[in-house]
Design a protein around this ligand. Structure first.
Ligand code: ATP
Ligand code: MG
Length: 773
């Protein structure tokens, strides 16, 4: 063994060393979190080079995220230096892009093909479906998109699906025809979607054995991290690359395959990941060698015991013995906030305290949450106290598309001359005002020297406008004018509710099957909570003033992710607090971790309440979260949370109860509440009026001590439309007393004209803060 190689083995435990040195047959390393799987992978690569068993160009290392790939490259560079540059260390997707750029002609594309993201893909699918006269209400384009993606992950192309689809099922029939049309259009557009990237490489390898052989000859060592989260297409890709699929007929002897993973950390089933790939590895590769790692080097015993206790509740899993030599360390600190702001305040205070007393740097800290929407209250507080942070794998709250769209509407209601925001929402959601109509209106505005909004009003005068477009524009103008009335008459929150409902924006998201759109709905609910809170704190405030405040927060939000040269030194020493969802935290580690929002219905997520499989996946996610912590772990939740536009009272997550009580030191404990019966809690979330679906008095257990928000009378019960007749005396929270002059419309849409001292107002009863006197 070369001297360099010997050094690489120093500091590894016997199992790790064995895994690094193993040669000659496929290797599976299975082990719990923090046991050095990723480290073994890096050392194994360095060892292959140091012993001359491989040249850098023969190595293909695949990780789950770009961040993980960058980190692995860094680790390997530290071990072997420059030669690391010639290795492929990347995600499945980027390796496949590289291959496809070289081999584009084999799949009938130019090498400059575009890659369509999910939004582009959806646009095209919608177009194709429209061309086929499919009713979007019956066959939601999102649902079709989801299905096509799933088919691609299963390596079923349009032709095979057309040949095997169940045509007595109208949905399958629709998918079959859209899939065919979509595939043709993608080819014409010289484009690939994300799922194509993997599937096309597999199809190409199968169709052109010589091409496949050239890659098998090149990549003699293939190493895959986080193997438990591979889907079927990725699994087959690995088999193709190693030549395992060719069986005894391969021209090239099989490459060496190393996979590492942990079935307890499988958290991507919703994207087609299949744990069978790791569980049945030995069946797939009969000569495989399996090595178990049992020592955890990452965490204290306390953290490990908590994580082990939680994951051991999952059924059908082999028990693992994971131990650490690090000692017990600190107890886990628990905190129950009165509300999410109190929870965020505690987190910021603790970071502050640890900075002062233990020299902790912001870069040592990570804050995790289950859904993106939860980052908002934390971000707000970090901005206010001036702690630098970054949001990983998600966009900052106010930069998210749905938030920008909603705010664009509100800005237009306040200022119809805001042409940028006006044009942003002109056809959002789709209402048949295409680019051509938009340009015609813009030209009219220029010619007549009028504002864009005035030009919209006079769209009929624009040359070359189709009647359909003129009608669509007229409907849009009317919509904006109606909404503007809600805004002036009933305030900011009512305006936002009306925007989301009357524009069809919310309906479009809720119809969709895309899990991303579910989180968009959650984000919008969160925005509504922001507005309501603003109105509570500023009873006199207007929509315009609210928007100004938001603009300032959003601006303070713009801390650059990658600091410039001068900032770099500071960032290196200090770093910034990292905010991310539990899903993006996989594979990472931090000295200090906050697991926030540990509430029943949030984490575990509402969706998993009725499905034991989903609950098991949520528990694995909890295991991933707990095991990211090295030295200090915090578990927080809050008694009330205004996530859904109203205060909700979530009991503690069952995952907290699964942690042995003696491991947690509670700094503030919530009021004890009896467990909620499964039907009573939360089942109303998706029923009835979306915005009204908070916890009502009736749903709250009778014995609970009323939280502060209730005592302060800040919880608004679900609003009923008040019954009024002409002549009734009413009281409005802002306009004072008045008399009803007339009533139009019915139900949700009832509008009352009311005479107040300050003048006459038209009020949409659904939203107006009115009481009958
Ligand atoms: P996960 O399942 O979360 O991906 P993992 O099994 O990949 O975890 P690593 O990230 O490789 O674990 O290792 C966890 C930590 O333990 C790292 O900081 C790593 O450097 C350290 N570590 C691993 N093995 C050893 C060792 N033999 N000696 C010292 N430190 C080690
Ligand atoms: Mg790892």
């Amino acid at each position: 063994v070369l001297p360099g190689a010997q050094e690489l083995l120093a500091g590894l435990n016997p199992q790790q060393e064995e895994a690094v040195k193993h040669a000659g047959s496929p290797l599976l390393i299975v082990a719990g979190a923090g046991s050095g799987k990723t480290r073994v992978l890096s050392h194994r690569i360095a060892y292959l080079l140091a012993t001359g068993r491989a040249r850098p160009g023969e190595i293909l290392a695949i990780t789950f995220t770009n961040k993980a790939a960058a980190e692995m490259r860094e680790r390997i560079e530290a071990l072997v230096g420059d030669p690391a540059k010639n290795m492929w260390i990347s995600t499945f997707h980027s390796s496949c892009v590289k291959i496809l750029r070289r081999e584009a002609k084999n799949v009938g594309l130019n090498s400059n093909f575009s890659i369509y993201d999910s939004a582009d893909t959806l646009r095209l699918i919608t177009l194709v479906a429209k061309g086929l006269d499919l009713d979007p209400k019956r066959f939601a384009p999102k649902a079709i998109q989801h299905k096509i993606s799933a088919l691609k992950n299963e390596l079923i192309d349009d032709e095979s699906f057309a040949a095997t689809a169940n045509y007595s099922d109208p949905f399958e029939q629709a998918v079959a025809s859209v899939y065919t049309g979509y595939t043709q259009r993608m080819r014409q557009a010289n484009a690939m979607d994300f799922d194509d990237l993997i599937a096309q490489v597999v199809f190409m390898f199968q169709a052109f054995p010589a091409v496949a052989d050239s890659y098998r000859r090149r990549f003699r060592h293939i190493l895959v991290d986080e193997y438990q989260d591979t889907n079927h297409a990725q699994y087959v890709l690995v088999r193709e690359l190693t030549g395992a699929s060719a069986g005894g007929d391969a021209l090239v002897p099989p490459g060496e395959l190393t996979v590492v993973g942990d079935s307890d950390q499988s958290i991507y089933a919703f994207r087609g990941a299949d744990v069978r790939n790791i569980v049945e590895f030995e069946k797939d590769y009969p000569q495989a060698r399996t090595i178990l790692l049992e020592q955890n080097y990452r965490s204290t015993q306390t953290i490990l015991s908590a994580a082990n206790a939680v994951i051991s509740r999952n059924p059908d899993r082999p028990q693992k013995r994971l131990w650490t030599a690090q000692g017990d360390g600190e107890r886990i600190i628990g905190y129950v906030g009165e509300n999410e702001h109190d929870e965020a305040r505690f987190i910021a205070d603790e970071i502050d305290r640890l900075q002062d007393s233990e020299g902790l740097r912001p870069g040592d800290v990570a804050i995790f949450y289950r859904t993106n929407a939860q980052s908002r209250s934390i971000e707000d507080l970090l901005v206010r106290v001036g702690l630098p942070y970054k949001v990983v794998g998600g966009t900052r709250f106010y930069e998210r598309k749905e938030i920008k769209d909603a705010l664009a509407y509100l800005r237009v209601l306040v200022n119809p001359d805001d042409v940028v925001n006006l044009r942003r929402i002109l056809n959002e959601p789709k209402r048949g005002i295409g680019d051509r109509a938009e340009y015609a209106v813009a030209a009219l505005a220029e010619r007549e020297r009028i504002s864009f909004f005035d030009a919209l009003r006079r769209a009929g005068e624009a040359p070359a406008m189709a009647t359909r477009s003129v009608n669509a524009v007229a409907a849009f103008v009317k919509l904006i004018e109606d909404l503007a009335e809600v805004a002036t008459g009933s305030g900011a929150a009512a305006a936002l509710e009306a925007v989301l409902e009357q524009t069809g924006y919310l309906a479009a998201l809720r119809q969709s099957n895309d899990p991303q759109d579910e989180s968009r709905v959650e984000n919008l609910a969160e925005l509504l909570a922001v507005v309501r809170e603003y109105e509570r704190d500023n009873p006199e405030g207007s929509l315009g003033e609210f928007l100004e405040q938001v603009a300032l927060v959003a601006d303070a939000d713009q801390i650059p992710d990658a600091p410039d040269e001068e900032g770099a030194a500071l960032a290196k020493n200090q770093g910034v607090v990292t905010l991310m969802t539990l899903h993006t935290a996989k594979g990472l580690e931090f000295p200090v971790v906050f697991l926030t929002g540990m509430e029943h219905g949030i984490f575990p997520h509402q969706r998993s309440m009725t499905d034991p499989k989903e609950l098991a996946e949520e528990r694995r996610l909890a295991y991933v979260g707990l095991t990211r912590a090295r030295k200090r772990l915090y578990i927080t939740r809050s008694e009330s949370r205004s996530m859904w536009g109203q205060s909700q009272y979530n009991p503690a997550s069952q995952f907290i109860q699964e942690v042995p009580a003696e491991l947690i030191d509670w700094k503030r404990e919530g009021a004890e509440r009896p467990a909620f019966t499964s039907g009573g809690f939360g089942s109303s979330r998706y029923s009835g009026s979306f915005w009204g679906a908070g916890a009502s008095e009736a749903q709250r257990p009778a014995t609970s001590s009323a939280p502060a928000a209730v005592r302060a009378g800040r919880v608004q019960p679900q609003k009923e439309i008040i019954a009024l007749t002409v002549g009734d005396k009413v009281s409005h929270t802002s306009f004072g007393n008045g008399t009803v002059l007339s009533l139009e419309g019915a139900g949700d849409k009832t509008v009352a004209k009311v005479k107040f001292d300050i003048g006459e107002k038209r009020l949409l009863l659904r939203y107006a803060p009115l009481t009958k006197l």
